[in-house]
Design a binder for this molecule. Structure first.
Ligand code: RFL
Ligand code: PHB
Length: 395
């Protein structure tokens, strides 16, 4: 069987795997990335949009911030709507100077793939990992298929960066992982529209008909989401129906109007909170969506993945540079400390903004009271802004 040897075997070329590879490269550590999909597929997959302050800094520090600095849209505030009124939260002032940047995830993926290719180190597309072996031994192995051939990657550590549906988490023996989670009884219908965003900041709209969100991908392309049923048939949503529902949910008493445009993509996203603990088993370390999922309301998934990768890279650096394994041994504890804070924020924002169909009318009043507190009470607003723009990284 064809075998490649390296220091760190990385399964998955999403933001987690690609950023880890770049950080390891900068630290002089060798790695091989295995990605089951094609380069074109991962570079066009529509996902996240909002980057925390510290994530932008991390990407810059890793030498992949040039296009982000040019094309990223820096946002100093967000618009929260409820009861047909809009409220601007100046998150920059409230958080002590931190902004968020809207820059699509697939553009980060493009920047990181380009950086990887420039290093000349291996990234194999169409390489599907099929099993992880000897995870409790000094040299674990990843078995994978590439160009119709069964191959093996032998390494010191395996970084499981293969997302929620990957094989890494499942490779941990039964009973060794604790799973925490919740599935929400609704989904998001997301669209990409060739329409300039009507507001230059992201809008979070609480409405009796359900939650809606306006974001953007560029000054001429809007990204919009609508809360919908979990089993919604996207084909039942004509463009006219989507626009009329969006208009209803974003309406304010001062006559705000969304810009319409050609809808070029429609998709359905389920909503889930999920954490696996510990995030390490033997020589396998999980990062990003392979270890935890947040409902997208707080825009935390990708940001949380970057938090994991920073800790893992620092641990590997200490291990290879100084022969110290204590940081690596504490990887899971350090990562989970931040993961749970992020989970709390994302889950609470999700339950604050969405309608639950079985909820008593009482619950709606609770949501409105909390929303009022966020926009009226400076301390509640500050806490929100600090979570939204990003808590400090532990490493
Ligand atoms: P990914 O991006 O899923 O990448 C995993 C990679 O692993 C590959 N893979 C395999 N490769 C080899 N062998 C196998 N057996 C493999 N199995 C899988 C996959 O092909 C893939 O390329 O995980 P990663 O890197 O951990 O990144 C996580 C983020 O993608 C995710 O958290 C965010 O997209 C979540 N998210 C958001 N996060 C934010 O921080 N800000 C946002 O504004 C935001 N908005 C969103 C979002 C996610 C959304 N969806 C679609 C779930 C909005 C939406 C609608
Ligand atoms: C997005 O731009 O896709 C986006 C923005 C804000 C969120 C979630 C997703 O909270």
């Amino acid at each position: 069987m064809k075998t490649i040897k390296t220091q760190v075997g990385i399964v998955g070329a999403g933001p987690s795997g690609l950023l880890l590879a770049q950080m390891l490269h900068l630290a002089g550590i060798e790695s091989v990335i295995l990605e089951s999909r094609s380069r074109a597929y991962i570079e066009n997959r529509q996902r996240a949009g909002v980057l925390e302050h510290g994530v932008v800094q991390t990407l810059r520090d890793c030498g992949v911030g040039h296009r982000l600095a040019r094309e990223g849209m820096v946002h100093e505030g967000i618009d929260i709507r409820f009861g047909e009124k809009r409220h601007r939260l100046d998150v920059k002032a409230l958080s002590g100077g931190q902004c968020v940047t809207v820059y699509p995830q697939h553009e980060i993926v493009k920047d990181l793939v380009e950086a990887r290719l420039r290093t000349g180190h291996p990234i194999l597309f169409g390489a599907k990992a099929t099993s992880l072996l000897a995870l409790d031994q000094p040299r674990p192995r990843v078995r994978y298929e590439h160009e119709g051939e069964a191959c093996e990657l032998e390494c010191d550590f395996v970084a499981g960066c293969d997302g929620f549906h990957g094989i890494s988490r499942a490779a941990v023996p039964a009973g060794q992982l604790e799973i925490y989670g919740r599935d929400y009884p609704f989904a998001w219908l997301g669209i990409l529209a060739e329409a300039p965003p009507a507001s230059h900041e992201v809008i979070y709209a609480h409405h009796e008909r359900g939650f809606a969100l306006q974001s953007m991908r560029s000054p001429s392309v809007s990204r919009l989401y609508l809360q919908c049923a979990i089993d919604e048939d996207v084909d039942q949503w004509s463009d006219d129906r989507i626009w009329s529902e969006l208009h209803a949910r974003f309406a304010t008493d001062d006559g705000f109007l969304l810009n319409e445009g050609r809808i070029v993509q429609k998709s359905l996203t389920p909503m889930r909170s999920f954490v696996t603990a510990p995030m390490r088993h033997g020589r396998l370390m999980l990062a990003g969506d392979a270890a935890h999922i947040v409902p997208p309301t707080g825009a935390k998934g990708l940001n949380s993945a970057v938090g994991d990768v920073r800790i893992m890279a620092a641990g590997l650096d200490a291990y290879y540079r100084r022969g110290q394994s204590d940081l690596l041994d504490r990887y899971s504890d350090i990562a989970l400390h931040r993961v749970w804070k992020t989970q709390r924020f994302a889950a609470s924002l999700c339950t604050l903004l969405h309608r639950f169909h079985d909820e008593p009318r009482f619950q709606l009043q609770m949501q409105l009271a909390e929303l009022r507190q966020i926009v009226e009470d400076a301390r509640a607003a500050e806490l929100f802004a600090r979570n939204y723009t990003g808590l400090p990284f532990d490493v």
